[in-house]
Design a protein around this ligand. Structure first.
Ligand SMILES: Nc1ncnc2c1ncn2[C@@H]1O[C@H](COP(=O)(O)OP(=O)(O)OP(=O)(O)O)[C@@H](O)[C@H]1O
Ligand SMILES: [Mg+2]
Length: 365
């Protein structure tokens, strides 16, 4: 389904370094000068999930296939970007195409690495970017409302709804607030999301700290966490540079290295999980001797649509889903015992899939 997180931030804060760590490649050029990245870099990343490994062990699956999500490393934004400063506003379009934003903030000192504003202040940096996104939204709203005038005269219902929602967004933006602060009624949610405003996207603040601060965070990252909490946004502490080094290691070396740093889990795993949760994504599993596989759905997905993630035919010909809850599968020790214990349910079209369900679909070809 391609859920996409855009990696956004000021120039030279470590976005491409983080991208390379996430994708375990050196696909993006990361270097100590602003505006190093111009064209966006796109890469797929496995979503770590300990449950999948457990299921595979129980079923002795030959292959383990995690679900994936996409990260896009986007060019740095600067003050005035919405008016064409820096690399201009073509990159705002790259952000528009993403489902959520990982906002990288420089939380490391290192005098050798240039900061575009010559000082380290992640909270102000976050405001600079947010302001540009708000200005970009305002500009696009004005254009779009102007484009709706003719349809509004013709009493077009969709146009009326769009214009009403755009006006609501415009009002909060003009008061210096992001569009996500608008209270949207349930029946407007779909049209609202279609507006694809930049400041309605959910944000995960990524505090990029010094190597030595990776386990504990530092004063900069604390300030960001406070800001995030006040906004109801999520945040993670990570050292992109260390993660890039770790991501090149073999598993055994990685564990040793993490231990030395006082970390229990690679920061990347935390970051990917946080992004996944931010997007309200859930996972179901298909498990057998051949493979154990994780699949991504949006929260609230019905069984036929969940089946459609595997193949369109599964959705079109959907009959039922044999369902075992994750806990039952693990506690009882697999499909056979779960079935014997009466824990395999036959669920129909109106079943809402739950996170962790182990599913087997029956369908008409
Ligand atoms: N946690 C860190 N500690 C110290 N140096 C870091 C850290 N993270 C990244 N760097 C360094 O910062 C510099 C800029 O990194 P990078 O190219 O990833 O930034 P960027 O945000 O992608 O920049 P641009 O917007 O110009 O593309 C690199 O020299 C990188 O090694
Ligand atoms: Mg870059």
């Amino acid at each position: 389904m391609g859920f996409k997180m855009g990696i956004v931030g000021l120039p030279n804060v470590g976005k491409s370094t983080l991208f390379n760590a996430l994708t375990k490649t050196a696909a993006a050029q990361a270097a100590n000068f602003p505006f190093c990245t111009i064209e966006p870099n796109t890469g797929e990343v496995n979503v770590p999930d300990a449950r999948l490994d457990k299921l595979a062990a129980i079923a002795s699956s030959k292959e383990i296939i995690p679900t994936r999500m996409t990260f896009v490393d986007i060019a740095g934004l600067v003050k005035g970007a919405s008016k064409g400063e820096g690399l201009g506003n073509q990159f705002l379009a790259n952000i528009r195409e993403t489902d959520a934003i990982a906002h990288v903030l420089r939380c490391f000192d290192d005098g050798d690495v240039t900061h575009v504003d010559g000082r380290v202040n992640p909270v102000e940096d976050a405001e600079v970017i947010e302001t540009e996104l708000m200005l970009a939204d305002l500009e696009s709203i004005e254009k779009r409302r102007a484009g709706l005038v003719r349809k509004l005269k013709g009493n077009d219902k969709d146009a009326q709804q769009q214009d009403r929602l755009l006006a609501a967004a415009q009002e909060v933006l003009e008061n210096g607030q992001p569009a996500r602060t608008v209270d949207v009624d349930e029946e407007d949610k779909k049209a609202w999301n279609l507006l694809q405003l930049l400041t309605t996207k959910k944000i995960l603040y990524v505090c990029n700290v010094d190597e030595g601060d990776a386990a504990t965070g530092n004063a900069y990252s604390k300030a960001v966490e406070d800001m995030a909490a006040a906004q109801g946004a999520a945040s993670v502490v990570i050292s992109a540079k260390i993660e890039e080094e770790i991501s090149q290691l073999e598993d055994d070396d990685m564990e040793m290295f993490l231990e030395e740093l006082g970390l229990t889990e690679a920061g990347l795993d935390r970051l990917i999980r946080a992004g996944y949760e931010l997007l309200h994504l859930e996972t179901y599993f298909t498990v057998g001797p051949k493979e154990a596989r994780a699949w991504t759905i949006r929260e609230g997905t019905m069984a036929p649509q969940a089946a459609g993630v595997i193949h369109g035919d599964f959705e079109r010909g959907f009959i039922r889903a044999e369902t075992i809850a994750y806990d039952d599968y693990v506690e009882l020790g697999g499909e056979g015992p779960a079935k014997e214990a009466g824990k395999m349910r036959a669920e129909g079209k109106s079943y809402m899939v739950k996170d962790g369900d182990v599913l087997h679909f029956l369908f008409n070809a």
